[in-house]
Design a protein around this ligand. Structure first.
Ligand SMILES: [Fe+2]
Length: 238
């Protein structure tokens, strides 16, 4: 797990112009950064089985996520300057930098890589099952309570037609925003905030165990969400 630091460390040897450049480079508060490598799962494939079965985890990570990663990598290999110049989040937030003929493919597959890496790290075999501190206060203030937030989250997942993600983000006005995002879109791609919590509601995430019962999957998924993860992001970006 790595977070973009927005703490600028000045050294006395830098000119004011260099300091400004450094500040610009480090100040974006983008939260959880995902690298351009394919990582192993941060826990055993069967360790979330009370909510997500081992076979689904293996297929989801080793086949679905890997395919998104490979497709993204193929585009970056054709455009090596992009990889040198930008992080994944910067690419997702500046898709105009991608050659037009592969832009849509890049958005879908790089979005897929970011989202899945986020999703694996958001879950834990030993989760902190409810938010605390600032995040709890914001949820209580905006949604009424954590249980009301959870109801709204599940309903958002049910209302999402077809494949996509439900994201909770810290939006550009400093509030929490909950919303459905089609396909592999996320708050970076749509530039509407910083992702805090994301649930994959593509059928490949749940069909083997839950068949067509998306509601049962999302409810069970809440049992493995580690709220320490979004709390850490919020602490970094606020
Ligand atoms: Fe997925």
């Amino acid at each position: 797990m790595k977070f973009i630091s927005h703490q600028v460390i000045y050294t006395s040897k830098l000119s004011s112009e260099q300091k400004a450049l450094l500040d610009n480079a480090l100040s974006p508060k983008y939260g959880y950064e995902v690298g351009l490598e394919f990582e192993s799962l941060p826990y055993g494939e069967g360790s979330l089985s009370k909510s997500i079965d081992e076979e689904t985890m293996i297929l989801h990570h080793d086949k679905h996520h890997k395919k998104y990663f490979d497709n993204m990598t193929a585009i970056l290999d054709e455009n090596p300057e992009l990889k040198k110049k930008y992080s994944l989040i910067e690419l997702l937030r500046n898709l105009d930098e991608i050659p037009k003929n592969s832009r849509e493919k890049f958005k879908n597959n790089a979005g897929g890589h970011f989202n899945h890496e986020f999703y694996w790290n958001l879950m834990s075999p030993k989760p902190q099952v409810e938010p605390k501190g600032d995040l709890k206060e914001m949820i209580d203030k905006q949604f009424g309570s954590f249980s009301k937030f959870k109801e709204e989250f599940v309903q958002t997942a049910l209302d999402l037609f077809g494949s996509g993600w439900v994201w909770l983000c810290f939006d550009n006005s400093g509030k929490l925003r909950l919303g459905p995002f089609a396909n592999q879109n996320n708050p970076h791609i749509e530039k509407c905030g910083i992702p805090l919590v994301g649930c994959d509601v593509w059928e490949h995430a749940y069909y083997l165990k839950y068949k067509n019962d998306r509601e049962a999957y999302v409810n069970a998924w809440f049992d493995v969400v580690d709220w320490a993860f979004p709390e850490k992001i919020l602490g970094e970006i606020k």
